[in-house]
Design a protein around this ligand. Structure first.
Ligand SMILES: [Zn+2]
Ligand SMILES: [Zn+2]
Length: 763
């Protein structure tokens, strides 16, 4: 037996060429031993005088895509090695491995695909240890080809040679494939019949003719059409029954994006990052490429991503070759309203048969559905949807937020996402969306089951929202009963605030501003503009809120902006003043809105809805957040300093109130005298920023706190987020907001997990 160093590395360490990296390093240092993957992590046995140095080098310079959670080194005894070898996977009881997210095609693979002399020229499934599918093909751990959906493809001799050669870029690249042995493309017409010919060329031709093509991507199908053609986009919208909600677009390179968007530094970096998310970018005022106005009507930003698979690159190049102009394609998730993204041919034809003209599909199954991630660029960048390129990565929790018992938090209603947490790790699931259909619930259950298997976290407490009617609450109640574990109900806005504190590891008294469209309050009202004090022991109290409005409709995301406007006008002025038109057919609004039944709400989203309707920007909404987005887009950039002088803060009672009649009267008066909608929108937003910052300052002073945290979907509004951050920054406060999970309800499960399972939270 010989003295040996055992190095165990946990975290995101598999599927990124870690073992070859160790192999090469060991070779260079003359170290003997072995490296293996197991569910406990990467395990290295090292013998020889340079063993310590190998450990130091690995810790200081891990491979580029690795994220190390723990690194342990201990001395042991072992049989003598006479070389350094890579050992095939073995299973271990506890799980220290994290599954890698999918990675956008790397420059080397791009070059090969584009090189007519390369054996992978034009091959849509080219990948290597630095890029390609991961999460979406993995069925089980440890990560090895037989446990992925690549298992059905036997490697040809050339691919097998690359896979076995330690100096090759594809050494142990589990999805390695080539045109001889790998997955193949298939083109199907809209009856599901195979179409002979080159699938990419024919799909490109169809797109150039204004048709809609369903494209099988990494985590599901996308619907693609020419984004420069009004006719093509209009057809897609009509068939998908999606009149206004913005559609994401895809380009081949930054140069094309720059022709119609302004790309700031953070935005450029995000577009080019390995995760390749959809980035929300400001429109160029004078574009040199005219994207159809139907792509994102009433919105001042485009959601743009760069091609992240060889298939996308090939398709974009072929369309460009046909059209002779830079190509921008609509690339939107293929799903029926509120359903999860479609992931196989059968489902595609059953659910979306009438929406696309042809389908560009292939024979590599999708193991895990995953939508595209979305981030907002600009100052203080922010995650909007956490999915492809991020899932299933974990979030590290600081010791003050370690969860003392394994926990499952189920999230909220729309934009649902669960979180599994144990000790210092939180694993937010991918974006699930609404749980409104049986299909969505199956997606939730299947994904959760896989996360539990992979992470080894067996929940001993379940957290859900306080709302009794959320589908996620019902699901949590069932899971709690089935698994016989306690259920903890967590107030919505408190969970928002905790999500920021947990992300930043800040456990001290803070003031939280949780602004959004809807969340169930402890008094049964719909809350949504909340100033929440949270103490070091994580106890909380509601310090202030937007004054209640009574709505004779549900105060949630389905609320109608024109009806909400009528209710606000009645409250402030006793009537809808002449000269203010809330849209056709709404003559009865006074009477309708004046009924005394209804919901009390302090939602900031509803206030934005109302103002959007009063100034004629948007009186009807077809999706959540449509009117506030239209209001933000309309706001005149030049009106940065003007606001209404309405006295809005009321400290006469506790919780303190932000009163709205003054601002509603001012908006209505401006609208009545014909002030431009953009000017009114800007004044309104500036007034909200001013009132919120003043309220925050006063409450923070009273409690002696210097840290203000911001969360909630309303902070997707740049003017609001940046305005409040700057205003509070100028008077010396530290402000924190969500970065690793979405500020909207997609991030709420992290806060729920912390509330349910952190020490001090259970009393
Ligand atoms: Zn590559
Ligand atoms: Zn091959």
């Amino acid at each position: 037996m010989r003295t040996t160093l055992e190095i165990v590395i946990r975290g995101q360490v598999q599927g990124l060429g870690f073992r070859p990296y160790v192999y090469r390093l060991a070779g260079a240092l003359g170290v003997l031993g072995s490296v293996s993957n197991s569910t406990a992590g990467v395990r290295i046995l090292a013998q020889g005088p340079n063993s310590r140095r190998l450990a130091r080098e690995l810790e200081a310079h891990p491979p580029p895509l690795a994220r190390i959670a723990s690194f342990t080194v201990r001395r042991t005894k072992c049989r003598p090695f006479n070389n350094f070898e890579i050992v095939t996977s073995r299973r271990a009881a506890d799980s220290g491995v994290e599954v890698l997210p999918d990675i956008a095609t790397c420059p080397d693979c791009r070059r090969e695909v584009a090189d007519p002399h390369d054996r992978r020229a034009g091959y849509a499934f080219t990948n290597c240890t630095q890029c390609g599918p991961r999460y979406t093909i993995i069925e089980n751990l440890p990560y090895d080809r037989p446990r992925t959906t690549m298992t059905r493809f036997a490697m040809c001799p050339d691919c097998a040679r690359e896979y076995r050669c330690p100096t090759d870029r594809r050494f142990h690249a589990q999805p390695n494939a080539c045109p001889v042995c790998g997955p193949r493309l298939l083109l199907l017409d809209n009856r599901g019949e195979a179409v002979p010919g080159d699938p990419v060329a024919l799909a490109a031709m169809a797109i150039a003719r204004g048709k809609t093509v369903a494209v099988k991507s990494l985590g599901g199908f996308q619907l693609a059409c020419d984004a420069l053609s009004n006719r093509a986009v209009a057809t897609l919208r009509r068939r998908k029954n999606r009149p206004f909600k913005p559609l994401a677009v895809m380009c081949a390179d930054l140069a094309t994006v720059r022709r119609f968007c302004r790309i700031d530094r953070a935005g450029g970096e995000m577009l080019l990052s390995p995760g390749a998310p959809i980035v929300l970018l400001a429109r160029r005022l004078r574009p040199t490429l005219t994207v159809s106005r139907l792509v994102a009507p009433g919105n001042n930003r485009y959601g743009v991503m760069l091609a992240y698979t060889p298939l996308h690159l090939l398709l974009l190049a072929k369309v460009r070759a046909i059209q002779g102009t830079p190509t921008v394609l609509v690339m939107t998730s293929a799903n029926r309203r509120d359903d999860p993204i479609t992931a196989d041919d059968e489902e595609l034809f059953a659910e979306l048969g009438g929406v696309f003209d042809i389908a560009l599909t292939h024979d590599r199954p999708i193991a895990n559905r995953c939508d595209d991630s979305v981030v907002a660029s600009g100052r203080a960048p922010m995650l909007v949807r956490r999915a492809r390129g991020q899932a299933p990565q974990s979030i590290r929790l600081e010791p003050v937020f370690h969860v003392k018992q394994p926990c499952l938090a189920v999230g909220a209603e729309l934009k649902d996402c669960f979180t599994l947490a144990q000790d210092g790790r939180a694993f937010p699931g991918p974006h699930i969306g609404s749980l409104a259909s049986a299909r969505a619930e199956r997606f939730f259950a299947a994904t959760l089951e896989r996360y539990i298997a992979w992470t080894g976290i067996r929940p001993r407490v379940i957290a859900c929202d306080l709302h009794p009617d959320y589908l996620s609450t019902r699901l949590a109640e069932r899971l709690s009963a089935d698994r016989q574990v306690p259920l903890v109900r967590v107030q919505h806005h408190y969970a928002h605030v905790l999500s920021v504190m947990a992300e930043h590891g800040v456990r001290e008294p803070v003031l939280g501003l949780a602004f959004d469209g809807t969340g169930y309050g402890t008094d049964g009202a719909i809350w949504g503009c909340e100033f929440v004090g949270v103490d070091e022991d994580l106890g909380w109290s509601r310090l202030a809120h937007l004054a209640y409005l009574r709505l004779n409709q549900a105060g949630d995301a389905t609320a109608d902006p024109a009806m909400t406007a009528a209710a606000y006008l009645l409250q402030a002025l006793g009537r809808v003043p002449p000269g203010i038109r809330l849209g056709p057919g709404l003559g009865q609004l006074d009477r309708v809105a004046a009924t005394t039944r209804g919901t009390w709400t302090s939602s900031l989203g509803r206030l934005f809805d109302a103002v959007a309707a009063i100034i004629g920007v948007r009186a009807r909404a077809s999706f959540e957040g449509e009117a506030p987005a239209a209001l933000e887009a309309a706001a005149e950039a030049g009106e940065r300093r003007s606001y209404y002088s309405a006295d809005m803060l009321d400290f006469g009672r506790r919780p303190a109130l932000i009163r709205t009649p003054g601002i509603i009267r001012a908006v209505a008066e401006d609208a009545r005298v014909g002030t431009a909608a953009g000017v009114v929108a800007a004044r309104f937003q500036n007034t909200v920023v001013k009132a919120a910052a003043a309220m925050a300052d006063r409450l923070a002073q009273e409690r002696g706190v210097r840290t203000v945290v911001l969360s909630g979907g309303s902070f997707q509004n740049d003017a609001l987020r940046i305005g409040i951050v700057s205003a509070l920054g100028r008077i010396g406060y530290r402000t924190l907001h969500n970065r690793l999970v979405p500020a909207n309800d997609g991030g709420i499960s992290l806060g729920q997990a912390v509330a349910a399972a952190c020490p001090g939270c259970d009393d």
